[in-house]
Each structure stands twice: as C-alpha cells, then as structure tokens.
Design a protein around this ligand. Structure first.
Ligand code: PNW
Length: 485
C-alpha cells in the first residue's frame, strides 16, 4: 500500500539490481574460460588492495539458481549482468559452448522467475590474448568485439530484450590506458582517447550488426558526472571543471549522441601523440556515423559529483578523493593534460570510499542529457555506495543482521533525485541498484562492500541487508515510502 505522501514512480518503471561477470562469478578457469586483463592485472604487485582477485569472488558461477531465487525474493523486475568474453570466446577465438550454456541457463532461470534479463556485453574483461596485440589501442579489437557480440546475440537474442554494448567505456579507456588504476594498467597519455575511440567504434559496429539481427532495445552505459568548479570565483577551477566535463562526459556523449568530437578536444590534446600519431589519425572516414547510430536507451551510472580545482591544494586528494589505504602501485591522473587537477573536499557527506554524496547532481545531469543531448530514454544502470557494514547477530543468536541505514538513505536520496528529474520531463525508465551482492570491487578488492545483500566470503552465505528489505518494498509498490521521523 502507498500513502498520499509516498513518492510514486510510473507504473512501467523498472526496479532492478546489477552485477558484472568478473566481480561475482569466480570459476576463473572452468569450462574453457581463459584469462582476461583482470586476471593478469590483479596479479601485478600493488595493483589491487590485499592482492585480491576474482578467482572465486561470490562463486556465482556455481550458485546461480540460488542467486536468482534471491532476486525473486527481493521483487526485482530486472537483473543487469555482464557476459564474460573469455568464457564465450576464450582467447577471442572460436565460440565455447560451455560458456554460452551458462548464460543461457541464467536467462532461462530469470525468465522462469519473472525477472527481465538485461545484458551488458562488456564489463571490462578483455581477453588477455587481445591485450597482447595492443588491446583497445588496436583498431582490430573493435572488430573482434563485434564478432563476439554476434555470438552472444545468436545464443540469447530470442530471450533477452535489453542489450547494452559497453559498461563505462571511460573506465576501460582512461583508467586502463592513461591513469593505470585499472587493467591493463597502462599509463600512456593520449592512448586513453584512442582506446575511447575504438571502444565507441566497437559499440557502433555492434549496434549495426545486432540491429540487423533483430535487436529492438540497444544502448550503452556511460559513467557520467556533474563537474562543478571547486571555487566558482577561481578561473583555474572553472577551467578545470570544463576540462573534466570534456574528458569525462563529452568525449563520449558528443560522438555517440551528436556524431562529432567536441571542438575543444583538438586544442586540448595539441602535441600529444601515441606511437608517433595523434588520436585524430585513428579516426577513420565513416567511424563517427557508425558511433552515432540511433539508440533506444542510454544507461547512466552515477555515484558522485566531482569538483576539481585547477591548482595545487594542500587538502587535495586523488581523483575521486579516496583517502583509504591504497594500492601501492603508482598511477597517474586518468585525464591526459589535466595533471594540475586536485580534488579538495567540499564538506559533503562521503561514502566508505570517500566519494562525495551529491544526489541533486543526478537531477542536474539528467535534465542536461535531455536539454543538451536530446538523449534517448534513460535507465540508471548503476547507483549505490560502499560503506563499512557492521554485521550483528540476530535475535535468534545465529542469523546475521546488517542494518545499513547509510546505504538505504543513499539509494532513497538518489531515487528521489530521479523522481525530480522525471517531474521535470526527463524520460527515465528504470533504476538498477549497484550491487545485488557484495563483490570484487576492482582495485579495492573485497574490503569495499557495495551489496544490498551481504556475502560472507568464507561460507558464501548471502544475507539481505536492511537496504535490500527496504528496496524489495520499493520494487513491490513502485513507490518510496515517506521519509521517517
Ligand atoms: C563502476 N573510478 O566502477 C563499475 O561499473 C562497477 O563495476 C563498480 O563496482 C562500481 O562502479 C563501483 O565502483 C567504477 O575510479 C570504478 O572512477 C572506479 C571508478 C568509476 C567507476
């Protein structure tokens, strides 16, 4: 039941949860899977906190039916998961039936439980064999991706309605090839822009081919931010915010939704080369037309707003502000030509990763996508927070209770910000909590917990947290209960 003070979403709004293959599956060398760049990178000394890797993770590969039953108990309308390229086409070679079968069983299990499957074709696990040939700085990788995407579509296209090509290509390109925080850990300046171009080219080729095969709902997921100057009265900070917007949001939004690179990108990257060539040398005739293919949906992942200062600040921290004990490997800022950035704290509340919590930024971002980009229907494909959960023993003396009011309010606040955007005329059609389960948080390993469901990594027991119980009610009623107190 909803009361008059509840915040109600449109009746077709999807409430879901999201995961990614390498973060939950485990079974790293089973049924023909071969290494991805994350299997390699997680073994580089200092690259990942506690040297954690995804060999076992949440053991989802062996516990899939149990996990789908859990989703059903949480009333989820949809489940967003990613397909591991190195399972489906190991070493980017021939299709591997055992790998395909796993995802086929997952899709059937979801449909049998009334949950809509939402596929992401790439959530960062590039076959290592392709990185050995240059990875995303090699144009051929885009063609190999499209080939892999066809294999997946041919196996699942009859049952999966929603298809996203890439998750957060910004991370793959700029954390992977400029900053080195993520696999493959390269720190090669403008190579990030070239990787971004090839990722978008792969997206365009794939949209074209899946469209021809009959796909009806195609899109891409971008991690976007609101870039505000740390001090709006300080010209250096205003310019830093402009460059952050350019190299975080516009470098993807403009080609994909407008068919051109932002004009400011050329002057900004003047004189930067990779293997003796500029990034423009990698853009071939016809690429932008492919990249600009019409889409039925845009996925937006939003975690935090960002306010750079364009000058050294004593209280500055790394690019997302994290002060937690870090991987020891030296990294660079992930935007070429932005080494003057610092990210001083604004006094906003922060998550366990020290990310600044700014729900109103999401409303601004969404209205911008409508006004400036005339964006296709939007789905929030990830939003959530890592906090230090404190498991307690339940009244029965054995069960676990995780009363994560901080995560619950984080999700509540962002759902309200989305509701505000809908009221302002933005076409937002769904929300996926990140994440269904505590899982492998990339360079931060297993210490950072994003799940609405707790995972005990010794026993693999799953325990829904307070946020999950609350979210299950939101999904059931389609409304946010009036704030308490
Ligand atoms: C996203 N950064 O990752 C991913 O899509 C998820 O796989 C991940 O678990 C989630 O957000 C939470 O981090 C990001 O350093 C990881 O800018 C790092 C960054 C951004 C996104």
């Amino acid at each position: 039941m909803t009361s008059p003070n509840d915040t109600t979403f449109p009746s077709t709004f999807l409430f879901g949860a999201a995961t990614a293959a390498y973060q939950i599956e485990g079974a790293a060398d089973e049924d023909g899977r071969t290494p991805s760049i994350w299997d390699t990178f997680s073994r580089v000394p200092g690259a990942v906190l506690d040297a954690d890797n995804g060999d076992v993770a949440c053991d989802h590969y062996h516990r899939m039916p149990e996990d789908v039953a859990l989703m059903r108990s949480l009333n989820l309308d949809a489940y967003r998961f990613s397909i591991a390229w190195p399972r489906v086409r190991p070493d980017a070679g021939a299709p591997n039936q055992k790998g395909i079968d796993f995802y086929s069983r997952l899709v059937d299990e979801l449909l049998g439980n009334g949950i809509t499957p939402w596929v992401t074709l790439y959530h960062w696990d590039l076959p290592q064999a392709l990185e050995d040939l240059g990875g995303w700085t090699n144009r051929d990788t885009a063609h190999r991706f499209a080939e892999y995407a066809n294999t997946v579509y041919d196996a699942l296209g009859d049952r999966v309605p929603y298809w996203t090509t890439f998750n957060e290509p910004w991370c793959s390109a700029f954390l992977g090839y400029t900053g080195g925080q993520h696999a493959p850990g390269r720190q090669e300046g403008v190579a990030g822009v070239i990787a971004a171009h090839h990722l978008m080219l792969a997206h365009g080729l794939t949209v074209d081919q899946l469209r021809e095969r009959g796909a009806k709902q195609l899109g891409i997921t971008l991690n976007l931010t609101v870039a505000d100057p740390y001090d709006a009265a300080e010209p250096a900070d205003v310019d830093a915010a402009r460059r952050l917007d350019l190299l975080w949001n516009r470098v993807f939004l403009d080609p994909i939704l407008k068919g051109r690179y932002p004009e400011e990108l050329a002057p900004h990257t003047e004189g930067m080369t990779f293997e003796g060539k500029t990034w423009q040398d990698y853009v071939h005739e016809g690429d932008l037309a492919l990249i600009n293919a019409p889409l039925e949906m845009l996925g937006v992942n939003y975690y935090h707003g960002d306010a750079p200062a364009g000058r050294p600040m004593p209280s500055g921290t790394d690019f997302l502000g994290s002060r937690i004990e870090h991987p020891s490997r030296p990294t660079r800022l992930p935007w070429p030509g932005c080494d003057d950035f610092t990210f001083p704290r604004r006094g906003l509340p922060e998550t366990g990763l020290d990310w600044e919590i700014q729900p109103e930024g999401l409303t601004r971002l969404l209205t911008r996508l409508k006004d400036e980009y005339d964006a296709p229907p939007i789905y929030i494909t990830e939003n959530g927070a890592a906090f230090d959960d404190v498991p307690q023993t339940g009244a029965d003396g054995s069960s676990l209770v995780i009363d994560d009011q901080d995560r619950l309010s984080f999700i509540d606040g962002h759902l309200r910000a989305i509701h505000d955007a809908i009221e302002q005329g933005v076409d937002v059609r769904g929300y996926f909590a990140w994440s269904l389960l505590d899982n492998y948080e990339w360079a931060y390993g297993y210490r950072q917990r994003f799940g609405i469901v707790h995972v005990d990594y010794d026993t693999q027991v799953r325990t829904p947290k307070a946020s999950a119980e609350w979210y299950a009610e939101v999904a059931r009623t389609g409304a946010l209960p009036a704030p308490r107190g």
